[in-house]
Write a protein that binds this ligand. Structure first.
Ligand SMILES: Cc1cc2nc3c(=O)[nH]c(=O)nc-3n(C[C@H](O)[C@H](O)[C@H](O)COP(=O)(O)OP(=O)(O)OC[C@H]3O[C@@H](n4cnc5c(N)ncnc54)[C@H](O)[C@@H]3O)c2cc1C
Length: 374
């Protein structure tokens, strides 16, 4: 599987990566390529055509991320809603939506973030008020990645009136539902090929059959399931770091200064060695967390390992990509060379899917308990 994805990444993806980043156009051809080779199903149960192996999924993301962050992202962005429905959906929802997501005939997005609340999901203001046969959703979201090309979005909304109690649930909001609009995409520094957009809900009627899981419980189930997908996020980071090393090794062997290859200066060689050491350490964490998921380990033990992995691997990606730009000298700043793309994409990884401060909170809570619960 690794050999197959590596070959496809090199032969069919690598040459498109710069243009996807430059144009910030959605890479429909890459989506179709991933669909053609059947990668969307990878981590999921055998009945959806998958391998039930998160480790395989991580390896595929790593190999694609090594040459093109955006193409690797196409897998991850499809897997989040798939995992959410698998964990928290009713049987009817699973049958209705999962085969299409697995085959790549449906696309979806996941949306919690609002202008006033990102890390603090409990602060969301979007409301789902009970109506005859379902709910009426009002409010707005930001930074919803993939929404612009999605058939439906899993939207977090609170029941009850603003200021009162209420619980958070996810609702399946379908493209074309009256009152639902996707706004203009963000002009981003990194992750440019997969659009992130604001969402607007103006009295959108969502039938009860589109609430994910039982009222008040669905969201919790889904958030716990996200511990299982965290190794995949981190796999993007090790792919990115490895790609930055690949480019750096090639550059320092071709560039000369003071009458010798820059790759012969000890200072440069040790920098590259450190980049490799950190990336390999991160890779072992990613593979270990993925193997824990595959072995059925869950709960606090997995949450702890997954947070350590996401935080360490994405911090390593940032450090390695920063050093790679340094190794390129001025060429590292030039858009003629690919390396600053790795630097810009790495920064995104420290912020998305739970910032690295939030990951550190999870780790510290595992050690000390939560301060608000003592
Ligand atoms: C490219 C991209 C794609 C995204 N895609 C999606 C998507 O598809 N769906 C979606 O719902 N969201 C998405 N997001 C939003 C992302 O999940 C949030 O940006 C992230 O959760 C952080 O929220 P925030 O930006 O509001 O920062 P804030 O929560 O306002 O945090 C600001 C700073 O304070 C820190 N901080 C916050 N709370 C604590 C704390 N308790 N302890 C220590 N530090 C803290 C943060 O780490 C951060 O450094 C995306 C963001 C980006 C950049």
């Amino acid at each position: 599987m690794q050999a197959l994805v590596r070959r496809i990444a090199r032969e069919r993806v690598a040459q498109c990566a710069n243009e996807i980043d430059r144009s910030a156009d959605y890479p429909q051809d890459m989506f179709e390529l991933l669909r053609e080779i059947g990668l969307f199903t990878l981590p999921f149960p055998l009945e959806y055509g998958g391998t039930a192996s998160l480790l395989s999924a991580c390896v595929a993301v790593e190999e694609l991320g090594r040459v093109c962050y955006n193409t690797a992202y196409l897998l991850v962005v499809q897997w989040l809603p798939f995992g959410a429905i698998l964990a928290g959906g009713t049987e009817e929802q699973k049958q209705r939506l999962l085969p299409g997501l697995a085959a790549g005939t449906l696309r979806a997005a996941f949306s919690t973030t609002e202008p006033q609340s990102g890390s603090d999901v409990s602060g969301i203001r979007t409301r789902a008020i009970r109506a005859d046969g379902g709910y009426r959703i009002n409010g707005g979201k930001i930074w919803c990645t993939n929404a612009a090309v999605s058939d439906f979005v899993l939207v977090a909304a609170k029941t009850g009136e603003e200021g009162g109690g209420g619980s958070i649930n996810l609702y399946i909001v379908e493209r074309g539902m009256p009152g639902f609009q996707v706004g203009r995409k963000e002009d981003k520094m990194g992750a440019r090929g997969v659009p992130s957009s604001p969402l607007f809900f103006d009295d959108v009627f969502v039938p009860e059959a589109n609430r994910l899981g039982p009222e008040g419980l669905g969201f919790k189930v889904v958030m716990e399931a996200f511990n299982q997908s965290r190794p995949v996020i981190a796999a993007r980071a090790i792919g990115l770091a490895q790609g930055a090393i690949d480019h750096s090794v090639e550059f320092v062997q071709g560039r000369r200064a003071f009458g010798q290859k820059v790759g012969d200066f000890q200072g440069i060689r040790w920098m590259l060695a450190d980049m490799e050491i950190q990336t390999e350490a991160a890779r072992q964490l990613v593979y270990r967390s993925a193997a824990m998921v595959d072995a059925g380990i869950s709960g606090p033990e997995l949450a702890h390992a997954a947070a350590i992995t996401k935080c360490f691997a994405t911090d390593v990606a940032m450090k390695v990509a920063t050093d790679a730009v340094q190794l390129f000298g001025a060429a590292g700043i030039s858009n003629e060379y690919p390396i600053n793309r790795y630097f810009r994409d790495a920064k995104v990884l420290q912020i998305v899917e739970g910032t690295n401060q939030i990951q550190r909170n999870i780790v510290a809570n595992g050690l000390l308990g939560r301060p608000d619960r003592r």
